[in-house]
Design a protein around this ligand. Structure first.
Ligand SMILES: Nc1ncnc2c1ncn2[C@@H]1O[C@H](COP(=O)(O)OP(=O)(O)OP(=O)(O)O)[C@@H](O)[C@H]1O
Ligand SMILES: [Mg+2]
Length: 610
């Protein structure tokens, strides 16, 4: 009973995958799908017709087939064989062309689907190895999945030739087809069994494969190039890569050996049966009950029968294999997003942000990163969040942008729960500089305008932003001005920027958004003192009338803030302006003194050296 249920589930999964494949193919191109289905039906029928024409030709030549006008029949048969051969070859080439075009389109569709899934997924999924593994597997397998249509059509054409030839063989002797089918079943079953094992193995080994790719990535990535040379870790990376490969290869070889041994053993069965059929027809010819044409027809059909069976089993196994990959592909769309976009309200402007008893722990962790935070920020003030590393400053920003939702408590904008706003509309109101901000291998101009791609980024607008941000020096070495590519990864004339210039470019991108609220998370960590001073002076004007939040470990910038909130282990420990906090003489004053002391000592050292 359980077995029947399992088989039924398999069949349902199989048909589901087949249907899904066909739907993908159809959506990719109706034209190519239709043409390929027609070819899948017509080409096998032509094969059977050709075998019959061959039989009549041999019988005519050996004098068994007696007709009035031998010459005309002979020429007609030859013409028929020629036309069918031409159609088979021409159709085959056309089919190949259609397949390669269709595969290409399908591949692109799949890549876009996977990208779409990835960009819509909650940020928390990227902290989840299972999701990451599945996403990587889907991206890796997308190429092999383009063959789904090929396999489905192969299955269709092989089924047609299989049924057609089986019927013809049945007419000659019912045992022929049955024996051949029974003989071919074990090798198909083996093939399916090992396909499943190989897929399971490839999924189990995905983590190792990813790690292997990671080590190769370090050796190839420009960002690590200096470390690799300085630490001389080329050998270390190669060793890591090789040992992971060895582990993966060893496992794969074990399964591949078993599969090959089984194939050699079972694939001789159909050969034995076809030889027996050949012998029996041979004896019939000696007895005069069969013709040489029959021998040619049946031996030809047996070859086609075995080939169609092996194509049938190959496509069946491949669809089975694809089924497993498709189940994986479908599963990445099934990861539940927790940051739901059910809000209906449009956010026009950010006037206030209020935290009401907000606590937060990252998914799959059990430690509060933020605990019972309550405060209200308004557009009339610029607030600095200060605290040592890991105190929760960046996390707090992520909650405002709904990259995650609080576990407890509510965050309100303009007195309304964040969740009431449409997610896109909420995020569109913030210009944000993220602490880990990277730049893109695009033109300098695109690096700035990408933060608001719907707005037309005319040259002047972008130049003004650079001016405003005191970052025109970025253009000094750019041969094509704003059109120059950033980095030389894709363009020999690309511009390479210094660490500080990279930060300036990213800041320019933030400022370009011109939104009603501005968040800057450690915006000056790489800037020289003059650039930092100039940029912060400019920020005073840019941030006027806007709700502004920033974090900075350089407390010299904090004078820009009207209000300072000090975090310690995710809790607010101080809240006030700089003067009040210095007077309080607690955590903030202590941090401030550390930096002041450092500057005083540096100045004294400088004095002695002079
Ligand atoms: N994706 C994550 N998953 C789990 N824990 C995380 C994640 N991101 C950050 N954390 C943890 O949350 C805590 C707060 O991190 P956060 O980045 O908010 O600190 P921060 O105050 O911005 O520090 P810094 O001054 O170094 O930028 C840290 O202990 C960190 O380890
Ligand atoms: Mg941070």
């Amino acid at each position: 009973m359980i077995k029947i249920k399992a088989i039924r589930n398999h069949v349902i999964e199989y048909m589901g995958a087949l249907f899904y494949c066909m739907k993908l193919s159809w959506n990719a191109s109706k034209y190519y799908t239709t043409f390929r289905i027609i070819c899948g039906i017509v080409l096998p029928v032509l094969g059977i017709a050709n075998a019959f024409l061959g039989k009549y030709l041999i019988n005519l030549l050996t004098g068994v087939f007696i007709v009035q006008d031998k010459n005309i029949v002979f020429l007609s048969l030859m013409a028929g064989i020629f036309i069918i051969g031409f159609l088979q070859r021409g159709g085959g080439s056309l089919e190949q062309y259609m397949q390669s075009m269709h595969d290409n389109i399908l591949n692109e569709k799949l890549s876009i689907m996977i990208m779409d899934c990835s960009v819509k997924a909650d940020l928390e999924h990227f902290d989840n190895t299972v999701y990451y593994d599945k996403l990587q597997a889907a991206a890796r397998d997308s190429f092999s999945m383009v063959h789904i249509m090929w396999n489905a059509l192969l299955f269709l054409s092989a089924s047609i030739s299989f049924i057609g030839i089986f019927a013809v063989l049945w007419l000659a002797n019912p045992f022929f087809g049955i024996l051949l089918t029974i003989a071919a079943i074990p090798s198909t079953a083996m093939s399916m069994k090992y396909t499943k094992s190989i897929y399971r193995l490839s999924m189990e080994q995905l983590k190792n494969e990813r790690r292997k790719g990671y080590f190769q990535g370090i050796a190839l990535d420009k960002r690590f190039a200096q470390d690799v040379r300085l630490f001389n870790i080329g050998g270390f990376l190669k060793e890591k890569h090789y040992s992971l490969w060895k582990e993966v290869f060893g496992e794969q070889r074990k399964v591949a050996r078993k599969r090959t041994a089984a194939a050699i053993l079972w694939e001789c069965l159909p050969e034995i049966v076809s030889m027996a059929i050949g012998i029996s027809i041979g004896f019939k010819i000696f007895n005069g009950t069969s013709t040489v044409g029959d021998y040619s027809l049946y031996t030809g059909l047996i070859v086609q029968f075995l080939s169609s069976f092996s194509r049938l089993s190959l496509s069946f196994t491949n669809i089975y294999d694809n089924k497993l990959r498709i189940i994986n592909l479908k599963s990445i769309f099934e990861f539940e997003n927790h940051v739901l976009d059910h809000g209906k309200l449009e956010l026009e402007k950010v006037d206030t942000i209020e935290f009401q008893h907000v606590s937060f722990a990252y998914p799959n962790t059990n430690k509060w990163v933020l605990e019972d935070l309550s405060f209200c920020l308004s557009k009339d003030e610029k607030t600095a969040f200060v605290g040592i590393n890991g105190s929760g400053k960046t996390t707090l920003i992520k909650l405002i942008l709904r990259m995650y939702d609080p576990k407890i408590g509510t965050i309100k904008i303009n007195g309304i729960d964040l969740k009431e706003y449409r997610l896109e509309s909420l995020r569109a109101n913030f210009s944000v500089y993220f602490q880990e901000m990277g730049n893109y291998c695009l033109s300098l101009s695109e690096n700035i305008t990408i933060s608001d791609i719907k707005r037309k980024g005319e040259g002047n607008l972008v130049l003004n932003v650079l001016k405003e941000n005191c970052s025109e020096d970025i253009l000094e070495k750019a041969p094509k001005g704003l059109s120059s590519s950033l980095t030389r990864i894709f363009d020999e004339d690309g511009v390479e920027l210094s660490g500080g210039q990279h930060q300036k470019l990213a800041l320019a991108r933030t400022i370009y958004r011109r939104n009603t609220a501005l968040i800057l998370d450690e915006p000056s960590s790489n800037l020289d003192p003059k650039a930092e001073h100039d940029i912060f002076e400019n920020l005073k004007t840019i941030t006027d009338g806007k709700l502004t939040i920033f974090t900075s470990h350089r407390l010299s910038n904090i004078s820009l803030a009207d209000r300072i909130i000090v975090l310690e282990k995710g809790k607010i420990v101080e809240d006030g302006n700089q003067r009040q906090l210095l007077k309080n003489n607690k955590q903030y004053a202590e941090l401030y003194r550390y930096q002041q002391e450092k500057f005083r000592m540096d100045e004294e050292d400088g004095g002695i050296m002079c």
